[in-house]
Structures are given as structure tokens and as C-alpha cells.
Design a protein around this ligand. Structure first.
Ligand SMILES: NC(=O)c1ccc[n+]([C@@H]2O[C@H](COP(=O)([O-])OP(=O)(O)OC[C@H]3O[C@@H](n4cnc5c(N)ncnc54)[C@H](OP(=O)(O)O)[C@@H]3O)[C@@H](O)[C@H]2O)c1
Length: 385
């Protein structure tokens, strides 16, 4: 069978261009790269085709506000990959994908899109389509890492995931930064502890935790950021007593001035504040950027194995956060193309993909992985249980 065509909306953006290059390297799929600027799409497609010495990539114009343009651009594709900050158009885009009999994979940090996708769930299932949402670094990997712990331990009791994100040169001022700023303004702070989700009314400082990151990043204080993919983990893994996703600050200015402003802006006229807050993130992360750079996800977990308690610590690192995100996405696409990552329905990426295979594929694509399994005597050194 021929490898199916994959359409990538936003395929020449920060994440998209890495996704395209990795798909060219690791699959034989023909690709359609689309966005609002056909000239940029064409130029990138030409550059890719020159590099691979083949006409694997073609370019098209597409804008989710014009569903006809999506149908025209992605006619014949089997998978539509959304690497564009267009979560606000999720419903129109998903309907276009269904009209095209296309599966779906989005890399968008934009929580309201989940409601739109849920509204289409019956239609997705009825059509036998596979819709995967929230792929990438985070969201995308935290729930998968907790599920990974469950493959190594017979009963996982705690599994917390910590992240640090430090892009060299700061966050670029591209359309996705507005989406990111808006998401930080609306996010909830909380974690699962002793059988209940505990949410904080403020910035979650009461639930802040320290984690000792490797790769030169050292100890960082992290806040518990609620990711939707984490919510179902206690049902999926009944032995779990504690889980959460914790993110480290970006720099002293964002932590002490930016974070409270983002929180307050999220409470008062948030749409007015998106642009100033995105600018604040851009300039402060650019001007105050200091090494080390890159992104880390660190899983701290404990549970039982052959009648003994063990700690499992896993760290994933890549010097380029955008490439790291693209690698996580493409590792999922590889499972999709093999069939094991394609199931009818609407899924979080962190729930659908098989964790051991994902880690293996990500390692092969350049993510550094450190893993340590050690027996515990007494209380767990991380959570104190
Ligand atoms: N899960 C994670 O870990 C993770 C990490 C990083 C990013 N993300 C998400 O990934 C997505 C892409 O991020 P990015 O930094 O790569 O974005 P970006 O560089 O700002 O934009 C990506 C692409 O989207 C296109 N685009 C923007 N608006 C569009 C529209 N209305 N219609 C069609 N195309 C449009 C842009 O091209 P034109 O402007 O020419 O149209 C560009 O090619 C975002 O949603 C971001 O939140 C997720």
C-alpha cells in the first residue's frame, strides 16, 4: 500500500518546518504544506524538495476561516496535521477534515478547541476517523510519561512531571505566541493529591514544588499547571495517588512580574491583554535569556515492582524546544502509519500512543533520555510518601 499523503497546516512555521523535515527523513509520505502565505509555503516546499532530491512536498494556500481553501489544499490527504495556531477555528477545520475523510492530529496549545472537538465526537466515531489532539512536548508528553511509569512499575503510586523551557533567543514573536500568552492567562493551577484534584484560586504557589533538573539546569521551583490530558490518569491508573504537571519559570522577571500580570490579565478583559502579554513574554525571554537552553521533561515517580518499592526518574532533553515538540509529534505519526497509533475516536496524544515505542523513536530522532530505577527504603525522596 502507498504511504498516505499528510497535509500540514502551518508546515513552514516554528514547529511545522521541523515536522516536515522529520517526516521527509523518517517516512515515505507525500506532504502538502499550507498556510496563509502561498509564497512562503512554495519557497519552503522547494527547499525541502531540493534537499531530498524528489518532489515529495507540494505547497498550497489554506486558511481555516475559509473551509473551501482547506478542502482544496488537502484533497486526497489521509491525515491533516495542524501545526498552526488556529485552535479558535477548530470546529471549521475539523468539519473540513471530516468532509475530506481525513484523520486529524493537532499540535495546538489552545484548550477551548477541546470543546469544539468533543461536539464532533459522534461524527468522528461514526465516520471511523482517528482524531488526535494536544500532541507535542506539553501538552503531549506529560500524560505519556506517567503511562510510561506504569509500564515499568506494577503499581504506580505517584508520578509527577516537571518541565523547564528555555528557547535560545527567547520566544519568537510569531502568531503562536498570542495563543501561548492567552493560554497562560486562562490556565488553572492544580494537581491530583490523595484522590482528589486540588485547584488553587491563585498562581498555585501553595502547591509549588522544587525539582532538580539535569543537563545543567539545576534546581527550579515549578508551579502546577493543569493540562487536560492529566485529568483522566487516576481513572486509567487506579493505583495513582498523586500526579501533576509542574512548569518552571522562564526568568526572574516573568516569575515575579509577568506571572502575576498574566494571572490578573486573565481575570480582567483578557482579549485586550493578549498582545501586551505576548510582547512581554517575547521581550523578557529574549533580553534575559541565559544558558543553558533547551527543554526538559522530568518524570519523578514511585511504585511497586516484584514486591519492592522503586523510584523511577526519567529525563528527556533536547536543546531546541521546537524540534523537541516536532520529534514528539512525528514519533506519534510513525505509530499512526504503522497502524498501532490509529484508533477510531477522539484521543489525547498522551493517551493514545504506546509509551515505550514513543521513547525509543524520540531517542532515535535526537532526544536525550536518562532513566534511573532505584529501590527505595523508607519514604520516597521526591514526594515524601
Ligand atoms: N504541545 C506543545 O508542546 C507545543 C509546543 C510549541 C508549539 N505548540 C503549538 O504549535 C502550534 C504551532 O506553533 P508555532 O510556534 O510553530 O507557530 P507559528 O510559527 O507562529 O505559526 C505556524 C504556522 O501557522 C501558520 N498560520 C498562522 N495562522 C494561520 C492561519 N490563520 N491560517 C493558516 N495558517 C496559519 C503560519 O503561516 P502564515 O502566517 O503564513 O499563515 C505558520 O506557518 C501552535 O498552536 C502552538 O501553540 C505546541
Amino acid at each position: 500500500m502507498d504511504t498516505p499523503t499528510i497535509g500540514i497546516l502551518g508546515g513552514y512555521g516554528n514547529v511545522g518546518r521541523h515536522v516536515v523535515r522529520l517526516l521527509l527523513q523518517h517516512t515515505g509520505a507525500p506532504l502538502v504544506v499550507a498556510g496563509r502565505h502561498i509564497l512562503r509555503a512554495r519557497e519552503f516546499a522547494r527547499e525541502c524538495n531540493r534537499q531530498v532530491g524528489d518532489e515529495r512536498v507540494c505547497a498550497a494556500y489554506a486558511h481555516p476561516a475559509e473551509p473551501g481553501s482547506l478542502r482544496h489544499a488537502f484533497e486526497g490527504a489521509q491525515l491533516l496535521l495542524l501545526a498552526s495556531p488556529t485552535g479558535r477555528f477548530a470546529e471549521q477545520t475539523a468539519r473540513a477534515a471530516l468532509d475530506l475523510s481525513c484523520d486529524w492530529l493537532d499540535v495546538q496549545f489552545y484548550t477551548p478547541k477541546l470543546e469544539a472537538l468533543h461536539r464532533l465526537r459522534a461524527r468522528i466515531e461514526g465516520a471511523g476517523r482517528c482524531f488526535v489532539t494536544d500532541a507535542g512536548f506539553a501538552p503531549g508528553l506529560p500524560a505519556l510519561l506517567v503511562r510510561y511509569a506504569a509500564t515499568q512499575l506494577e503499581a504506580v503510586e505517584t508520578a509527577n512531571v516537571f518541565a523547564v523551557l528555555s528557547p535560545q533567543g527567547g520566544f519568537p514573536k510569531t502568531p503562536s505566541l498570542y495563543e501561548f500568552a492567552r493560554e497562560l492567562m486562562r490556565c488553572r493551577y492544580g494537581a491530583y493529591r490523595d484522590g482528589v484534584w486540588r485547584f488553587s484560586s491563585g498562581l498555585g504557589l501553595g502547591e509549588a514544588r522544587q525539582s532538580e533538573f539535569g543537563f545543567g539546569f539545576g534546581a527550579r521551583t515549578c508551579l502546577p499547571l493543569m493540562l487536560e490530558e492529566m485529568r483522566a490518569l487516576p481513572q486509567m491508573l487506579p493505583s495513582l495517588q498523586e500526579t501533576g504537571f509542574y512548569i518552571a519559570g522562564f526568568n526572574w522577571f516573568v516569575d515575579w512580574v509577568g506571572a502575576p500580570l498574566l494571572y490578573l490579565a486573565g481575570k480582567m478583559l483578557p482579549t485586550l491583554w493578549v498582545r501586551p502579554m505576548a510582547n512581554l513574554l517575547h521581550w523578557t525571554t529574549r533580553l534575559l535569556a541565559t544558558p543553558p537552553f533547551g527543554a526538559i521533561l522530568r518524570l519523578e515517580s514511585h511504585g511497586w515492582r516484584e514486591g519492592r518499592r522503586y523510584n523511577l526518574v526519567l529525563q528527556l532533553y533536547h536543546p531546541d524546544p521546537y524540534l523537541f515538540t516536532a520529534i514528539a509529534v512525528v514519533a506519534g505519526v510513525l505509530q499512526y502509519l504503522r497502524g498501532e497509533g490509529r484508533k477510531t475516536g477522539l484521543w489525547f496524544a498522551g493517551h493514545l500512543y504506546e509509551p515505550v515505542g514513543m521513547l525509543h523513536a524520540m531517542r532515535q530522532m535526537g532526544v536525550q533520555v536518562q532513566e534511573q530505577l532505584s529501590p527505595i527504603q523508607g519514604a520516597c525522596p521526591f514526594c515524601g510518601r
